[in-house]
Design a protein around this ligand. Sequence first.
Ligand SMILES: Nc1nc2c(c(=O)[nH]1)N[C@H]1C(S)=C(S)[C@@H](COP(=O)(O)OP(=O)(O)OC[C@H]3O[C@@H](n4cnc5c(=O)[nH]c(N)nc54)[C@H](O)[C@@H]3O)O[C@H]1N2
Ligand SMILES: Nc1nc2c(c(=O)[nH]1)N[C@H]1C(S)=C(S)[C@@H](COP(=O)(O)OP(=O)(O)OC[C@H]3O[C@@H](n4cnc5c(=O)[nH]c(N)nc54)[C@H](O)[C@@H]3O)O[C@H]1N2
Ligand SMILES: [Mo]
Length: 760
Amino acid sequence: MARRARYTPYDQPTGGWGSVKSLVKHATRQKAVASAPGLMRHHNKPGGYMCTSCAWAKPGKPHLAEFCENGAKATFWERTAKRTTPDFFARHTVSDLLGWSDYDLENEGRLTHPMRYDAASDRYVEVSWQDAFAEIGAKLRTYEPKDTVFYASGRASLETSYMYQLFARLYGHNNLPDSSNMCHETTSVALPQSIGTPVGTVLLEDFEKADCIVSFGQNVGTNAPRLLHQLQEVRERDAPIVVFNPLRERGWEEFANPQRVTQMLANAPTQIATQYYQLRAGGDIAAMMGMAKVLLASDDAAKADGGRRILDEAFIAEHCHGFAEFEAAVRAADWDEILAASGLQRAEIEAAAATFGKAERIIAIYGMGLTQHRLGVDSVQMLVNLMLMRGQIGVPGAGLCPVRGHSNVQGQRTVGIAEKVELVPLDQMAEQFGFEPPREDGMATVEACEAIVAGRVRAFIGLGGNFVRAIPERELMEEKWRGIDLSVQIATKLNRSHLVVGAASYLLPTLVRSEIDTQESGPQIVTMEDSTTCIHASRGTWTPAAETLLSEPRIVAELAKATLPANPKVPWDAWVADYAMIRDAIEASYPDDFRDFNQRLDTPGGFPRPIAARERRWETETGRANFKVPKALSASFDDGTDPDVLRLITLRSNDQFNTTVYGYADRLRGIHDSRMIVMMNRQDRVRFGIAEKGTARLTTAVDDGILRSMGGFEVIDYDIPAGTCAAYYPECNALIPLWHFAEESKTPAAKSVPVRVGAD
Ligand SMILES: Nc1nc2c(c(=O)[nH]1)N[C@H]1C(S)=C(S)[C@@H](COP(=O)(O)OP(=O)(O)OC[C@H]3O[C@@H](n4cnc5c(=O)[nH]c(N)nc54)[C@H](O)[C@@H]3O)O[C@H]1N2
Ligand SMILES: Nc1nc2c(c(=O)[nH]1)N[C@H]1C(S)=C(S)[C@@H](COP(=O)(O)OP(=O)(O)OC[C@H]3O[C@@H](n4cnc5c(=O)[nH]c(N)nc54)[C@H](O)[C@@H]3O)O[C@H]1N2
Ligand SMILES: [Mo]
């Protein structure tokens, strides 16, 4: 029986005693209490392992406990004493398991044995590693390589990822979609056009010098809680923090640092946001246009009366391109349209711009609230425009800070998991490994889905992740998935993607990063790249969950060996015996990024990759930083004028990591016990004739011949602008059309799904 949701607005700070209580609950529930002391000693510490949760930077001088509530939850989830063994699979048919929730599936614990789907009994049955590799290799050898897809979810190490992309290319394709395609791909498209680098420009130390932070569409308290340490320090210098978000997220409001005894005992949290603007979903371009108008007007006034200039004229003249066109567009933008598209008052935009105009060193933080829109690329580029106006890129204490998702999602791109060939040093790899790599672009996530729908994909390999659950258009995708000939999932826990089987399906269980990975040369180190481009070593410290597990590098190597003809230049076995040799190969492919890789991997705080924009070198077509005029004021699907169509934001609760659901407590939003809820403005609820605490049906408001409709959402009267509503991902993914993505980056536009709402 589904439980009813309980809603009690949460007024406690982020962190604080609430997070301590939550930790104890999760450690106990996963029978992982014994892991707690190790968490203090090894988590994000030199000589220890790097957290598998978010990608936020790990400081060179770690705090006593360098973890957060959600990092600890992720660790307990991996350290669980529970196991999903062959016995479990003998007791349950796959059809039966398809009825289970995401939480119940993963809550069975760590996978222990390689399994193969048996259609006759509709069960997964144990298979030996040897047979699994041989059978998969034999099948892969029969396909046209370009009809296969090698997906990666952003956790696997640089070593595994490098081997995985090489395997794909030696085999003969560039079909390497990555979770990043659903996430910050918008950043990877927007920033190169604007500033010539696909990643953010700030380092952790910049937070020590910043005198203003602006944040658009990121939920710090839940998705990158360790960043609250930096924000707290910024606030202690009395620097302002300006937040744009349709929801009042607790993390941006107050934080009590569990590491500070006095703050905890006195219950005296730090106020984080000094200004908070609840704009409508997709309203960011308009809000920033308004800010740009105010900045120009203030600068005009300063020029006239000899006051302090707002624009960094010297920087714009020396470093930028396209300012005149941008300035004209800003001057021409109409205030009424700006206010309608943003949903904000003019005085609010003026106040935000006043703070932005006063500061000398600004860091701009952003997340999925900017990237997952139809005009996501324009949204990110508009933020860059604002920063360029004030010369805020390439100076200490300032810059762009896209907060990445998975703990190594950025790094996977760095070492070649990319479907776009221009991003990969193919000539170098060709020479290094004596082969001719495929030269045409492969499929990213949406294209892979389109090919699956069209019946063109023969085999899918998933290096982690829960592809079927994370992508849009769930119903059609699950149906079409069954037409795939071979599905191979390298995983730690059971999830829905393992149950929507192809003709042949294999489940290959793997070690996690916090576990000791012993190979021929001894315990191994792996590496990853954080959100600020710093590369860190990670050493597992815990005993593996089962003796039968293999490491990810070993699994990738065995699959490759079983598929490809032997090549003396690709020493798979030697690489697995000693991962330092994989790092040598990475360094040979990417000499600038990974100079002296093996010597530098223990650099405190990681070693940063060189990023040209940090030095004010712009690797763009114009050789300058480009102002880009946005295509429209609203980043959403329409002009927002049909009052009966709401913009649905699909987002994360405080008790999940993507499709991994740790529990049913979205504590920071005060929503408990159920995830089938929709947060709505009371006026909208009343207007649509839904009773208080009533139930709603959401139907996607597009006209493409497919009915996408889900009932059973409990309505919560929530502090959210009218016209915008919010519900949880991945439950709502059945409502998102596959073609509803960001122009150019094809990131699914999960933050602005057009829906009609009615009583259910
Ligand atoms: N604990 C935990 N940590 C995680 C994850 C997790 O699931 N759990 N996921 C990881 C991954 S892969 C990623 S990509 C990141 C995701 O981290 P976020 O980027 O924070 O992603 P979301 O949770 O989807 O929330 C986006 C925020 O944007 C706001 N928003 C929605 N629409 C708009 C809009 O139009 N404008 C503005 N200004 N704001 C908007 C929402 O209210 C929400 O606060 O976190 C990573 N870290
Ligand atoms: N509607 C909507 N859809 C979204 C989003 C949204 O905001 N709204 N966000 C999008 C974003 S930002 C992302 S990144 C994607 C996420 O998409 P994915 O990355 O595909 O999904 P995850 O939920 O992170 O994958 C969880 C699974 O990974 C496996 N796993 C965990 N740890 C490991 C490991 O160490 N090794 C291996 N091999 N496997 C492991 C486990 O089996 C677990 O079940 O979803 C996207 N989808
Ligand atoms: Mo992500």
